[in-house]
Design a protein around this ligand. Structure first.
Ligand code: NAI
Ligand code: MG
Length: 495
């Protein structure tokens, strides 16, 4: 009898769920970052009066990118004086259509340098290149394009009124959308005939300094836009300078309150865009898979460093188990890591202090009885990172439900009725944004009109457009930016 070889058992099939993408790094070789930057005052880069500088780092690697000037009150004074002269002698006298041309020019040069700007934004702040390339930079250019169009049409924005500019605007911006926030601030101010002193955040000054180069290359008259770097003390010196007519601030509610107190009793106008703790509401009749994408986008976009982030999730009880299961599965596919890799979904946390704040609040969430789940992804050993995190079993009074975490951390609650979720959603000191997911239009309209929030998205989340006003209720601030509404805080109206 012929002997047959013993049969080998078939190999077990392995479904490796940890699917690895090949790295797709964006090259930063062509990007020029100077070793040291001065202050952009009166159309020129100038050394700070006191000669002080500080470093800005790459939060993904903890390496120094550049040293930037630490502006003191003397520098603030120089910048405000330059802006005042430019306003009274040049910008306010210029034909509005001419002002518009300059603003268009800024927009076009931003588009030409889009790739470089996106890379620097990701290097300096830690956000994924996919986001800086596809969202931050194009939207920033779009803001300049949009407001350029308004420059010679202010009489249409305010028909029958006599409209003049305010003068000099002092503008202070945060680190989560550095270039985009600079655009939100500068574009409407210039269109309405004001001049500007802008201070970027201390951890992300580089794209604002690149914008200074663009403004110089666009040949704007000296002093129309001045960009000065520094931390809170510089911001405070700007707010308190007697030579400014208007303050525009985006940042924390705490600093917003300090600014509001400092301005009380002065004739300075102000707009404040502060924190948020948005409710993202999923009804049982929603398209669940789309809603799960909306939850992911709502809380993990830009590492959760988003004032309008959907950081409180409300799921109708009947679909809660399904939504949470799908959400956990989707979280496993998120890639956390190198911000310059095009596959990356979640980049680096912007700074060590911000990482510490997220960790402290997550610890409080656990201590107060919340049940935490994190994705199992690997995170780099160097740099500042935080895994996508969700909490269930949290009380309405829990700190992670009440406080802005500004990180990739979601607090999940359930509800049964429409009335119940409206009450829970509004039970917050904030009121910036919200999301509603349902296939019933009437339900969407009812709920969104009852939410005390400036922006409510229906069956989508985190959609931005320069034509759409944005701003908050309650402790989320006051005033609107974007759209025609964004012009109003920058004009003086005579009937
Ligand atoms: P922050 O409010 O201190 O910083 C924002 C800007 O204000 C920066 O340019 C900063 O230099 C400036 N600034 C600080 N103190 C100032 C003062 N006394 N007067 C004038 N300007 C001043 O925000 P921070 O400390 O970086 O972040 C803390 C928390 O604030 C975050 O964890 C987050 O919850 C919240 N935040 C909210 C933002 C939003 O877009 N709503 C943006 C940034 C932070
Ligand atoms: Mg930095």
């Amino acid at each position: 009898m012929k002997k047959t070889a013993p049969k080998k058992s078939a190999p077990t099939l392995k479904f490796d769920t940890n699917w690895k993408y090949d790295p797709a790094p964006e090259s930063a070789d062509h990007v020029v970052i100077d070793k040291q930057y001065g202050l952009f005052i009166n159309g020129k880069m100038q050394a700070p009066v006191k000669g002080k500088y500080f470093n800005t780092i790459n939060p993904a690697r903890e390496t120094v990118l550049a040293s930037v000037a630490d502006a003191t009150s003397e520098d603030v004074d120089k910048a405000v004086t330059a802006a005042r002269n430019a306003h009274s002698k040049v910008w306010s006298k210029m034909k509005p259509a001419e002002r518009g041309k300059y603003i268009y020019r800024i927009a076009r040069i931003m588009q030409e340098r889009a790739r470089e700007l996106a890379i620097i934004e990701s290097l300096d702040g830690g956000k994924p290149i996919r986001e800086s390339r596809d969202i931050d930079v194009p939207l920033a250019a779009a803001h300049f394009f949009y407001y350029a169009g308004w420059a010679d049409k202010l009489n249409y924005a305010l028909p029958g009124k006599q409209v003049t500019s305010l003068g000099v605007a002092g503008q202070i911006i945060p680190w989560n959308f550095p270039l985009l926030m600079a655009a939100w601030k500068i574009a409407p101010a210039l269109a309405a005939g004001n001049t500007v002193v802008l201070k970027p955040a201390e951890t992300t000054p580089l794209t604002a300094l690149k914008l200074a180069e663009i403004i110089r290359d666009a040949d704007l008259p000296p002093g129309v836009v001045n960009i000065i770097t520094g931390a809170g003390a510089t911001g405070s010196a700007l707010v308190n300078h007697p030579g400014i007519d208007k303050v525009a601030f985006t940042g924390s509610t705490d600093v917003g309150k300090i600014i509001q107190k400092a301005l009380a009793g002065t004739d300075k106008k102000y707009t404040l865009e502060l924190g948020g703790k948005a409710a993202n509401i999923i009804f049982e009749d929603a398209a669940i898979d789309q809603a799960v994408e909306g939850i992911i986008n709502g809380i993990f976009f830009n590492q959760g460093h988003v004032c309008c982030a959907g950081s409180r999730l409300f799921i109708q009880e009947s679909v809660a188990a399904t939504v949470i299961r799908k959400l956990k599965d989707r979280m496993e596919t998120l890639i956390v890591g190198d911000p310059l890799d095009k596959n990356t979904d979640i980049g680096a946390i912007n700074s060590k202090p911000q990482l510490d704040k997220i960790k402290a609040l997550v610890k409080a969430g656990v201590a107060q009885g919340g049940s935490m789940h994190q994705s199992s992804c690997a995170i780099p050993s160097k740099g500042f990172w935080f895994r996508p995190t969700i909490f269930t079993g949290v009380a309405q009074s829990s700190r992670i439900v009440q406080e802005e975490i500004f990180g990739p951390v979601l607090a999940i609650q359930t509800f049964r009725t429409v009335e119940e979720v409206i009450e829970k959603a509004n039970n917050t000191p904030f009121g910036l944004s919200g999301g509603v997911w349902s296939d019933k239009g009437s339900k969407v309209f009812k709920v969104s009109s009852k939410l005390r929030a400036g922006v409510v998205w229906a069956n989508t989340y985190n959609k931005f457009d320069p034509t759409s006003p944005f701003g908050g209720y309650k402790e989320s601030g006051m005033g609107r930016e974007g759209g025609m509404h964004g012009l109003y805080p920058y004009v003086q109206v005579k009937d």
